[in-house]
Design a protein around this ligand. Sequence first.
Ligand SMILES: [Ca+2]
Ligand SMILES: [Ca+2]
Length: 391
Amino acid sequence: MNYSRHLKGKYTDILHCALDKAKTWRILASALAVAGAAAVAGCSGGAGEHASASRADSPYKPTLFKRFGDNVNVPDGLTQDKEGNIYLSVPNYVNTSYPAAILRRSKETGNWSIFVQALVHPDTKLAAPMGIELAEDGNIYYCDNQYFFNKDYKSRLMRVVIDKNGEPLRIEPVVENIRLANAVRVRGDSVYFTDTFFDVPGKNLGGVYRVPISAFKNGPVRLLPKEQAEKDPYLLGTTETQALPVRNDTAAADGMCFDSAGNIYTGNFGDGHFYILKAKSDGNYEKPQTLFQDPKVLPSIDGICYYAKKNWIIITDSQNNAVHYWDIKAGKLGLLWVNDDTDGADGLLDQPCEPMVWGDKLLIVNFDWAFPGLKNSKNDEVHTLSVINLP
Ligand SMILES: [Ca+2]
Ligand SMILES: [Ca+2]
């Protein structure tokens, strides 16, 4: 396929970069699709579930939860309120003539509607909501990922201020000077988020940040430039990607979540390196420590979320169209599901990004914006959310 044909106008820079990195991609892509599935299915731990992970009779086979039209050409993040209404962030990278927005699905009716149109950046004139979280303060926080439009620190963490009736009042930036704002969580009195690209020479770094909500009560906080990241009081820790041969993707910290003990988990998009930042008794965190690193089994981490019932961290693998889980108590990785390239019309995974536990189900957003080396061979016309019945 010709990757560049899917890129238009403002995406030209991104596409050229991707194409430069992908000289070997066309040759290896078909082999990867086969080998990737075999490698994942053969990984160790939880062997019984692995053996059935891609079979049609697997209890964890995804089905279609929602199919959208082109107005939702690239969806990304999920959150929910106490009633079970769902909020979906929609950056629409493939066709930005459709505005970026946050959608809302009513639990009562099952109907989707636009909750609020995302606030465009004054320089890029575009918005790109990715990670999203409805916080206990009643407001929605989301990552405005401007990196695919402009790599010069245009990304921001945004807050949708919501009134007592649950309606949006306004959107405002609360943290600025981010490279690629990706995942966000709100816990206690602070917001936590990942920045996927530091873009400093010599190392492929990303990081996890924490900013107290009190710090932006009078206006947005600005992170330090990455050359001074070690001095940034808001930086909790960095992760580093060892770019894999085929994809050569240097993206670092992507998804992030907490477990019930307050530990933070994150992972690299580029190489699937999975980390924990252990909570300390004084409220701070230890530096990121490796929990799992084997790109033959897990070559990419996109979204992650916590599944309290099983004490699992659920991980989507964007490269292999797979969903894994990290069993915290056992200290082992397991596989829930993996499938080959598909358009997703039947509910199978098509470059899965953010997962969310919703009652006894796992909802999974299919990003479907093909990058070199992923199983997903093209950003097709089918834009979907998948659902898996959780054990
Ligand atoms: Ca699709
Ligand atoms: Ca696709």
